[in-house]
Design a protein. Structure first.
Length: 367
């Protein structure tokens, strides 16, 4: 009987072992235990595609539930406020008061979304008032509400409204937490808004590369935990191919497991798995990143191709522009996680595989 594949490259799936995120998870766990006043209850997770933001949100929501918090997990899309209310009510259903006072009967959908209570007078007011009704009842049980928002969008009016109302909830002493995640450029635009300036005081956690030793440990534990085994040569190749990127770790693990004829994984299995994983990573991450780059961004990156690490002055010279002009593209690309700072004003490609992907795209253009 074939063993079940333990790797989870699916969107938002929580892997059995989250490599390199121990400190963040411990901070959030303490925040849920301490409750009101802990600065980590207002946190923004920032990272490029493939750094595991969605999986991390899901894991933190699981931990919050285990600590007795009600959770409402949504994505930043039109209708998200209604979704927050619905998810909060579903999660809190067993905790809401069943006495002659307010009691939740259900949720209606559409523009009139709101709570229906089994008393003659229906709850009145805007979204803030309706959420307050839920928070008040949760407070009677000394229970908090965690709202998680994935893929934040600064141009979504409901995103601004949620952030603004959350500020009032905190000021009123409600047991509430807000955890958001998004791409660096989207988060930067959001916190720059004059309407939610308080978000600049939220904890910002930037997701970067994971150390090879942690990748190796998590990879091996995942394989062993599912009843398999992997030799040292195969593990070394897997780790070097993953290059510290959480999504790539799940892809390499998933396809290696699928390509292996048995539960014993060797070097050849990993080689086949890496080929399949690289294809998926290019289609799912690198291509999307490439499409979002401006012509100026691409010129800057093309000027980095000749060297593993390039000084800003050399990049500017290859572009035929002044260093201060090239700097604006440098900042954008650093923020998006495409390049990394090596110190002494030198830079390298930081997104795994993107250098060779870009070279390939440029070669296609020249043909």
């Amino acid at each position: 009987m074939r063993l079940e594949n333990p790797f989870t490259p699916g969107f938002g799936s929580v892997p059995p072992y989250l490599a390199g995120r121990k400190g963040l998870l411990e901070d959030m766990h303490r925040a849920f235990e301490r409750g009101k006043g802990d600065p980590n209850l207002s946190t923004i997770i920032i990272g490029p595609r493939g750094t595991g933001k969605t999986a991390l949100l899901s894991r933190i929501a699981q931990d919050a539930s285990a600590s007795g918090w009600v959770t409402a997990s949504v994505s930043a899309v039109p209708g998200m406020l209604d979704d927050v209310l619905e998810r909060a009510c579903e999660s809190a259903e067993e905790l809401l008061d069943n006495s002659e006072h307010l009691r939740l009967k259900g949720v209606t959908f559409g523009q009139s979304v709101g709570l229906e209570f089994d008393r003659a007078q229906r709850l009145q007011g805007n979204w803030r008032s309706k959420m307050n009704a839920v928070l008040k009842q949760l407070d009677r049980y000394e229970t908090g509400l965690l709202i998680t928002v994935d893929e934040v969008q600064a141009d979504l009016d409901e995103m601004i409204q949620l952030a603004s109302v959350y500020q009032h909830f905190v000021q009123e002493g409600r047991r509430v937490a807000l955890l958001m995640a998004g791409l660096p450029s989207n988060v930067s635009s959001l916190i720059s808004s004059k309407y939610v300036s308080f978000l600049r005081r939220a904890r910002q956690r930037h997701l970067g590369r994971i150390a090879d030793v942690e990748v190796a440990s998590a990879f091996r534990k995942t394989v062993l935990g599912a009843g398999g085994e992997i030799d040292d040569g195969g593990l070394d190749l897997a780790v070097s191919s993953i290059d510290g990127f959480p999504y790539m770790m799940q892809l390499v693990g998933y396809w290696t497991w699928e390509e292996s004829a048995s539960s014993s994984i060797g070097l050849v299995d990993v080689e086949r798995g890496v080929r399949m994983a690289t294809r998926d990573f290019q289609d799912g991450v690198l291509a999307a990143t490439y499409r979002e780059l401006s012509k100026g961004d691409l010129r800057f990156l093309a000027a980095m191709l000749p060297e593993d690490e390039s000084a800003l002055a050399d990049i500017a010279a290859r572009m035929g522009v002044a260093s201060n002009y090239a700097s604006k593209y440098k900042e954008r690309l650093l923020e998006s996680g495409v390049i990394g700072d090596c110190g002494h004003n030198t830079f390298r490609f930081d997104l795994p595989g993107f250098r060779s992907y870009l070279q390939g795209r440029m070669d296609e253009t020249e043909e």
